[in-house]
Design a protein around this ligand. Structure first.
Ligand code: ATP
Length: 383
């Protein structure tokens, strides 16, 4: 962090606005963050990076290594959305999003789900109940390590070379069948350092939220090695290092069942990578939709904050994008920087806006007619 002219804190933030509605919603997030910063006595130095489908289609470049070094000099990254139907799936995801996640070892994917005023929840909540849960998803292991392939010869020999800060995995995924048997294989790995650090993050978060339970999402009955290990390792950390917290385990299938019957039933949900991916979308849907779902990819180095939604090419350029998910991602960024009061002010401004706006002033997603800019202005006005 740099010190500004009057010893005012100045945060250097890398911005990857990206594609489709990305630049639209990030513009509003920046607007709200700048106004909040001015009120709470700090400022932002925004460093814009052009990467995304637009840049790739125009130049052939996905994201150079030099960008990573430049971003490393920043306090955090704010990202809009990456993607375009004209680019083959996988190129930008691997070349930008996964690259950033792995390079900066962002081992936590944080996805809060909260009830907001006037935001319709598809499952009615019991009187007075609200949704206020958070998925803490392990972000670097499980089925997402890229160790897998498809074979049309019955022979699969895939070298494994995974270099992480805490461990190295070297070897080969080697499976042989008869030549007519086409098959696919993907290896999933959960390591002790990987599970321990995500569990500690979940426990610290539960304590910050004033809760007494961490719920571990598992499937050890059907996949005992991979998820039994995750469960046991998490349990040892929770019970051994956080005696004031309660350990609870739920199998992922049962969790889905319970969540749709009572979306308010859980607080901190600690998930292996795959289950976290799925459960956080379920929670976002139950809490009211993509337009309000914020997310963070957090590590010990540079962390990245982004709305959960994608580039939504169907509404890009129409004004209909809801910027609230990006604005709430900005609040998560502030929490991460330790600007807790400012972060809470943004959360409150969003709730106040939604609670008090006329029907006309709500985003299109919620039945109103306000453009992303008008919503951003109204929320800024509430800070
Ligand atoms: P990706 O495939 O990268 O996830 P996507 O935009 O096609 O991108 P989603 O983000 O899941 O997929 O969005 C699905 C649909 O939800 C969009 O096409 C759009 O209609 C709607 N949507 C998403 N985000 C918003 C938003 N911020 N405001 C309004 N509608 C949105």
């Amino acid at each position: 962090m740099n010190r500004g002219e009057h010893d005012m804190k100045n945060y250097k933030i890398a911005v990857v606005a990206g594609d489709g509605i990305g630049p639209e919603v990030i513009g509003e997030a920046r607007k709200v963050l700048d106004i909040t910063a001015a009120k709470y006595g700090f400022s932002f130095n925004w460093n814009e990076f052009p990467y995304g489908a637009g840049h790739y289609l125009a130049t052939g470049e996905v994201m150079p290594e030099t960008a990573l070094a430049d971003m490393e000099t920043c306090d955090a990254i704010l990202l809009g959305a990456i993607g375009d139907p004209r680019v083959k799936p996988g190129i930008l995801e691997r070349g930008i999003l996964l690259k950033l996640r792995m390079y900066f070892d962002q081992y936590v994917n944080l996805r809060p789900a909260r009830s907001l005023p006037r935001v319709h929840t598809p499952v009615p909540l019991a009187n007075g109940e609200i949704i206020d849960s958070v998925v803490v998803r392990e972000n670097t292991e499980d089925l997402y390590m890229g160790i897998g392939d498809v074979t049309e010869t019955g022979e699969l020999d895939m070298p494994i070379n995974v270099q992480r800060k805490t461990y190295t995995l070297k070897g080969k995924l080697s499976i042989h069948s008869d030549p007519s048997c086409h098959f696919a294989a993907q290896a999933a790995i959960n390591s002790r350092p990987g599970v321990e650090r995500i569990t500690r993050y979940a426990c610290d978060l539960a304590q910050k939220r004033g809760e007494d339970t961490v719920t571990v999402v598992s499937k050890s009955n059907a996949v005992p090695a991979l998820y039994g290990f995750f469960e046991e390792t998490a349990k040892n950390v929770i019970c051994g290092e956080y005696p004031e917290l309660k350990y609870e385990m739920v199998n992922v299938d049962a969790l889905c069942y319970h969540l749709v019957r009572d979306p308010s039933a859980y607080g901190v949900l600690l998930c292996p990578n795959l289950f976290g991916d799925i459960i956080s979308d379920l929670q976002a849907g139950l809490a009211g939709g993509m337009g309000t779902a914020a997310g963070g990819n957090i590590g010990d180095g540079i962390s990245l904050f982004e709305p959960v939604h994608g580039s939504a090419p169907d509404i890009a350029g129409t004004g209909k994008a809801n910027p609230i998910a990006a604005i709430l991602s900005g609040a998560l960024l502030l929490q991460h920087l330790g600007e807790t009061k400012a972060a809470e002010a943004i959360d409150k401004a969003v709730s106040d806006f939604l609670g008090q706006a006329s029907m006309e002033d709500l985003p299109f997603e919620f039945g109103g007619h306000a453009t992303f800019e008008q919503v951003g202005d109204k929320i800024s006005g509430k800070i």
